[in-house]
Write a protein that binds this ligand. Structure first.
Ligand code: CTP
Ligand code: ZN
Length: 159
């Protein structure tokens, strides 16, 4: 190996996988935290880039996952906590598809209601359902007990 490269280690392009791009700087760790909660992700090689330069955003974070497929449930979970990221699928070193994921209007069976008296907490196996209060705010309303919560205070249901 040439001496020239001893002090440089670039994050390589991936052959096959998922790149989560356009993450607002500082939010990369939030997404990593979500991903790490899912059992199926525990052996996946992951790289996190923090404060990368971006023409559109100034600074951004970026995550590369060496996994063929990201479960829709995980994508939805990410879109709730950090809306607006772009999910790019890489195949044979090329960007094969791009999806910009926005915060969903309804969130079914992904979050637990914090109201201990809510039917969804009293009845085992009951579905949960939240509706966005409005697209800008980060608040949701439980469709069962009608209480309003900040998205950030609700615990996710993990299979
Ligand atoms: N990437 C990768 N491995 C590949 C191809 C791309 O890790 N084989 C990563 C690059 O490191 C980069 C991102 O995917 O972070 C680039 O995606 P691309 O859509 O090609 O870039 P742009 O078109 O510049 O992005 P955009 O216009 O969506 O900002
Ligand atoms: Zn409720």
């Amino acid at each position: 190996m040439s001496k020239k490269n001893d002090k440089m280690l670039m994050i390589p392009k991936i052959k096959l996988g998922i790149v989560i791009d356009h993450i607002p700087a500082g939010d990369g760790v939030k997404i990593l935290e979500i991903i790490s909660r899912y059992e199926e992700m525990k052996d996946v090689p992951i790289t996190l880039g923090i404060n990368y330069e971006s023409k559109k955003m100034g600074r951004k974070d970026l995550i590369k996952l060496q996994i063929e497929f990201l479960a829709p449930e995980i994508i939805q979970h990410i879109s709730i906590v950090v809306p607006g990221v772009t999910i790019k699928a890489i195949k044979n070193y090329e960007v094969y598809s791009k999806v910009k994921v926005q915060a969903p209007k309804v969130i079914k069976n992904l979050l637990l209601c914090k109201n201990p008296n809510c039917i969804t907490n009293l009845e085992k196996e009951s579905d949960t359902l939240f509706e966005a209060v409005d697209s800008a705010s980060k608040q949701v309303k439980c469709a069962y007990c009608e209480r309003i919560f900040d998205l950030s205070e609700l615990e996710p249901i993990i299979r």
